[in-house]
Design a protein around this ligand. Structure first.
Ligand code: NIG
Ligand code: FE
Length: 429
C-alpha cells in the first residue's frame, strides 16, 4: 500500500478536469482522453494523458518504476471516484414497517406527524452503543465502496440530544479514520423536533445553538451544519437563525430545502451563501435563479423522490439556468434506503432530463464542490488525490445504460487498489 500506481491503455480516461463546480453547459464536458493513462505517485496524481505520451515521458525520465503497480485498463473506462455528498449512513434500527405503510398509501409526512419517521430512528440510535453504530457503518461504507464511492458525506441528526448527536459524530469521525472511504461529517442537530420539545421549535433551536453546536466546534467533530427546513419541521426564519449562528461559529452550511413544500429554502440558501441546498423538489424559479447567481450547488437526490413517489427536482431546468448540479443518494433509513449509485444515474438520466455526461460531472467534480473539496478530489487532474474507478465496460455511457447494476470493476483510493470485483470485492491489507 504505497500509493504508487500506473493505469494504462484505458479506452476512455474520463478526467472531468477542473478545480471548481461546473455550471450549465460545462457540466456536459468530460475532457475524455482516448487510450489514456494515469500515474499516481504516493497517492497523488502525477501525470495523466494518452498512454503513448505517458509511456514516452516515463521512458525519457528514466524513473525507477519497480515500486509501481501497473493496471492494464484495455477496453475499460476510468473515471474519478464517485463522491456521495449527501447521506445519513450512521443510524440505529430500520424502518421497513414504515416503508410498507407508505406502499399502502400513507405519506412520509403523515407517518412523521404520528410519531414515526425520523424520531423512530432517533429512538433506536439513542439506544444503540457506539460499537453497534460503528459496525453497521462499516457494512454500509463497504456497500458504497463497491459502487465506486471514494468520498462520502455523513450527517448526524438521529440524536436530537447532546449525547447522541455527539456519539453519532464521534462514530462518523472514527469511521473516517478506519475505512478507505473519506468521510466528511455534517452536524444535523435540527433534523426533527424531538418529543420533549414538541411545539417548541424555537426553544429547540436555542438548545442546539447554545448547548450542542459549541461542543461540536470545540471537539472539531463536523465541517458542515445542516437543517431540515420544511413545513411542520423548521421554518425559513428558524433555519436562518440556526444557520447564521452556525456560520458565526465556523461551520460551512447546507440545507434540506424545498423537499415537500415550496417554503423558500432555495432563496435562503442563496442569501446565506450556503455551500449547497439539497433536495429542491419544489424549488421556485426565482430560488433557482438566485442559487445560480450565488454559486450554491444544487444537490439533487432522485432516489428520495423515487422512493417517496414525489415529483423529481427540475434538474434540466436548473442546469439550463446555469446552476451547478450535484447528485447524491441521500442514503438513510426512511426516505431513501439505498447506497446505489447506478440507481441514481438511472433516475437522473431517465427521469430528470440530465444527460449521462452531466450525471458524471454531478457525481464527481460537482459533488466534490458540494463538499468544498474540488481542489483535491472529483477529477483526474495532476496534484489531486489518486481516487478513481475502473469500469467493466469501455465507456462511461454504460453507467446509465446498464440500469441499476454496478459497472464498477476496480476502485483505487489514493493510488491503492481497495476494491476489485475480480478478486471478490474489498481488498484487505
Ligand atoms: O434527506 N428529509 C429529511 N431527512 C432525510 C430523511 C431522514 C429519514 O427519514 O430518516 C432526507 O430525506
Ligand atoms: Fe437528507
Amino acid at each position: 500500500m504505497n500509493g504508487n500506481l500506473i493505469i494504462k491503455n484505458a479506452s476512455e480516461l474520463v478526467t472531468c478536469s477542473g478545480f471548481a463546480a461546473k455550471r450549465g453547459k460545462e457540466m456536459g464536458e468530460l475532457h475524455i482522453i482516448s487510450d489514456g493513462a494515469v500515474v499516481i505517485k504516493e497517492g497523488i496524481i502525477d501525470a495523466a494523458g494518452t498512454t503513448k505520451d505517458i509511456e514516452a515521458k516515463l521512458a525519457k525520465s528514466g524513473a525507477d518504476l519497480s515500486g509501481f503497480d501497473i493496471i492494464d485498463a484495455q477496453n475499460k473506462a476510468v473515471l474519478p471516484g464517485f463522491v456521495d455528498s449527501h447521506t445519513h449512513f450512521v443510524f440505529g434500527g430500520y424502518r421497513a414497517e414504515e416503508f410498507s405503510w407508505r406502499l399502502r398509501g400513507d405519506s412520509y409526512m403523515q407517518i412523521m406527524e404520528r410519531g414515526g419517521g425520523i424520531v423512530n430512528t432517533v429512538r433506536a440510535t439513542r439506544k444503540a452503543d457506539a460499537n453497534e453504530l460503528l459496525q453497521a457503518g462499516i457494512k454500509r461504507l463497504d456497500a458504497m465502496l463497491s459502487f465506486g464511492v471514494t468520498t462520502v458525506e455523513g450527517k448526524s441528526g438521529y440524536g436530537l440530544d447532546k449525547d447522541t448527536e455527539i456519539k453519532q459524530l464521534e462514530v462518523i469521525n472514527h469511521l473516517d479514520g478506519i475505512h478507505y472511504i473519506d468521510i466528511v461529517p455534517t452536524f444535523l442537530g435540527a433534523h426533527a423536533v424531538p418529543d420533549n420539545f414538541k411545539d417548541r421549535q424555537d426553544e429547540f433551536i436555542d438548545f442546539m445553538i447554545k448547548e450542542v453546536m459549541p461542543l461540536v466546534v470545540e471537539r472539531k467533530l463536523a465541517q458542515y451544519c445542516d437543517i431540515f427546513c420544511e413545513k411542520n419541521v423548521f421554518s425559513v426564519e428558524q433555519s436562518r437563525r440556526y444557520l447564521s449562528k452556525a456560520k458565526e461559529m465556523g461551520f460551512k452550511i447546507k440545507l434540506h430545502a424545498d423537499e415537500i413544500v415550496a417554503l423558500g429554502g432555495a432563496e435562503l440558501a442563496a442569501d446565506l451563501k450556503a455551500t449547497s441546498a439539497d433536495h429542491l423538489l419544489q424549488a421556485s424559479d426565482e430560488g433557482i435563479r438566485q442559487m445560480a447567481k450565488a454559486g450554491v450547488v444544487a444537490t439533487l437526490l432522485p432516489g428520495t423522490a423515487f422512493s417517496l413517489k414525489e415529483p423529481y427536482a427540475r434538474g434540466r431546468f436548473m442546469i439550463d439556468s446555469n446552476c451547478a448540479v450535484a447528485l447524491a443518494t441521500d442514503f438513510n433509513p426512511g426516505s431513501c434506503f439505498t447506497e446505489s449509485i447506478p440507481l441514481i444515474f438511472a433516475l437522473a438520466t431517465l427521469y430528470m432530463g440530465i444527460t449521462p455526461e452531466e450525471a458524471v460531472s454531478a457525481l464527481t467534480i460537482n459533488a466534490a464542490a458540494a463538499l468544498d473539496r474540488a481542489d483535491t478530489i472529483g477529477s483526474l487532474d495532476v496534484g489531486k488525490n489518486g481516487d478513481l474507478v475502473m469500469l467493466e465496460y469501455p465507456s462511461y455511457k454504460f453507467i446509465a445504460y446498464h440500469i441499476g447494476v454496478s459497472t464498477v470493476e476496480k476502485v483505487v483510493k489514493r493510488g491503492n487498489l481497495v476494491f476489485d470485483k475480480e478478486k471478490g470485492g474489498k481488498i484487505y491489507c
